[in-house]
Design a protein around this ligand. Structure first.
Ligand SMILES: [Zn+2]
Length: 270
């Protein structure tokens, strides 16, 4: 078969032509001719570190302390640029690198979350570890329409794959939804995020289906924790056991170095 019989030659020419008009640049730092440069890619390779202390909204104010949350990298500099490019500038070519980071996080979190599954009450007649449900934080319908798909759902599926590789039975399901009326969280202050989300996140699906189900929440960015707190409330109302959260990137708390999040040797998994 000739090179262009299947249309690949035509597609290649078209890509070259588009490349002349719109050069590919790194999603993080705008370096030319590469979708993600080595330096920006290396920022996604860190081991997840605990970061809930920097997200005040995660405090459940009931004496139990905040929901344990891990993040892979600080939401600063090029990471911030590449997450915004991925979510809001249509840079779907960054998805594989972000999914790879999510899968690595799932593998790293396996040994942390596996023992927590072992001590959960078992459903009558069930054997072995229960399956950990990986739940993406829901985006607004408008954001999903704009992005063409549920990008955080892609991260959740990759985390579930990583957990499974680490020996923790896991599956991803988008079982949370956003009621109409709330805005996308992008650009809102911490206080406004809390107000925007109050009562907006709800569990979907068959009533009772989440009773006793262990959950890991997943989002792309952790800032104040308002999103995870609203998700946790909705899941607890549905009877689920919310064990922890993971975000690709977390805003470093004011006055704290960002270095504690995402260093390859980060000791935050204790
Ligand atoms: Zn770069």
């Amino acid at each position: 078969m000739r090179a262009d019989e299947d249309g690949s030659g035509v597609r290649r020419c078209w890509a070259d032509l588009v490349g002349l008009v719109l050069p590919v640049t790194c999603g993080g730092c705008e370096a030319l001719d590469v979708a993600l440069c080595d330096d920006c890619a290396s920022r996604l390779l860190g081991r997840p570190a605990r970061c809930e202390q920097g997200a005040g909204r995660l405090d459940r104010l009931d004496g139990r302390g905040p929901l344990p949350v891990w993040a892979t990298t600080p939401y600063t500099g090029p990471v911030r640029e590449l997450v915004v490019a991925w979510k809001d500038r249509g840079r779907a070519d960054l998805t594989p690198a972000l999914e790879a980071a999510a899968m690595r996080a799932g593998r790293a979190l396996g040994p942390e979350l596996g023992p927590a599954l072992d001590v959960l009450p078992r459903a009558p007649g069930s054997r072995g570890r229960p399956t950990l449900l990986v739940v993406p934080a829901p985006s607004t319908r408008a954001a999903r329409r704009r992005r063409g798909e549920d990008l955080v759902g892609r991260l959740a599926r990759a985390v579930a794959s990583g957990l499974t590789v680490a020996g923790v039975p896991a599956g991803a399901r988008a079982c949370l939804g956003r009621r109409g009326g709330g805005r996308d969280q992008v650009g809102l202050s911490g206080r406004a995020r809390g107000r925007n989300l109050a009562g907006q996140v709800t569990a979907r699906g068959v009533p009772g289906a989440l009773a006793g189900v262990p959950v890991l929440l997943v989002d792309d960015v952790l800032t104040t924790g308002a999103t995870f707190a609203a998700c946790e409330d909705a899941l607890l109302d549905a009877g689920a056991a919310v064990l922890a959260g993971w975000a690709l990137a977390a805003t470093p708390p004011p006055g704290r170095s960002s270095e504690a999040i995402g260093r390859p040797d980060a000791a935050g998994l204790a």
